[in-house]
Design a protein around this ligand. Structure first.
Ligand code: AKG
Ligand code: MN
Length: 217
């Protein structure tokens, strides 16, 4: 049954909800290093900042920035949204690096380029609660997610919050695609496994999500 979330197949192997693809070790260590260099340049132009939840203003444990024509932001007053400028510097977001555009064209199965790339930085204590990515106008394109640095425990379920969930480890270099039936699947990050990757000098985890925001045309 689509979206119901079933988690073992006939060989009792873990299987993922429809539309969710986990591509382990998609990038080798040289490619991961090149991606980190790209992200360092993005962060130099658009510094990480601490987002706040709508209404309560409670700070998120993850720090964020973006690249692309639009970036995802949140604050107490105006809530979740996309905007063309950095909320602290007021400057336009830097362009999405070529290497990330290539990843999208390899795995997204969507003819258009992504408009946003949200950059999340998790320190050892950071996590992200179960949520859907639904601030985009267009759900026909997938969300493509790249993990770099320390491993995490990623949780994914169905299209309703109360559907069963399963969790698995994401390692540095892994890609996850949330598309089709899985585009609106609930997902989150339960914990970071500190010290599990040598990629980032000071540890932590970077997650990049490439997204289409506006409807085509
Ligand atoms: O860090 C991750 O793996 C997921 C991030 C995420 O779900 C988001 O930024 O919307
Ligand atoms: Mn998400």
């Amino acid at each position: 049954m689509p979206g119901a979330g079933l988690f073992h197949d006939e060989r009792n192997m873990l299987s993922l909800p429809d539309g969710i693809r986990h591509l382990p070790a998609y990038f080798d260590s040289a490619e991961q290093q090149a991606l980190v260099d790209d992200i360092r340049a993005v962060v130099a132009a658009a510094p990480l900042y601490t987002p706040a939840m709508p209404r309560t203003g409670k700070e998120m444990s993850v720090r964020m920035t973006n690249c692309g024509t639009l970036g995802w932001v949140t604050d107490k007053e105006r809530g979740y949204r996309y905007q063309p400028t950095h909320p602290v510097t007021g400057k336009p977001w830097p362009a999405i690096p070529e290497r990330l555009l290539s990843v999208w064209s390899e795995v997204a199965d969507d003819p258009q380029e992504p408009q946003a790339c949200l950059v999340n930085f998790y320190d050892a204590a950071a996590k992200m609660g179960l949520h859907q990515d639904r601030d985009e106008e267009d759900f026909s394109a997938p969300v493509v997610s790249i993990s770099l640095g320390d491993a995490c425990l990623f949780r994914v379920g169905g299209t309703k919050r109360n559907m069963p969930t399963t969790s698995f480890r994401l390692e540095s270099g892994d890609v996850v695609v949330l598309g089709g039936e899985g585009r609106l699947a609930f997902h989150g990050v339960d914990r970071i496994y500190a010290g599990t990757s040598p990629l980032l000098n000071n540890g932590g985890r970077i997650n990049l999500t490439l997204r289409r925001v506006k409807r085509p045309g």
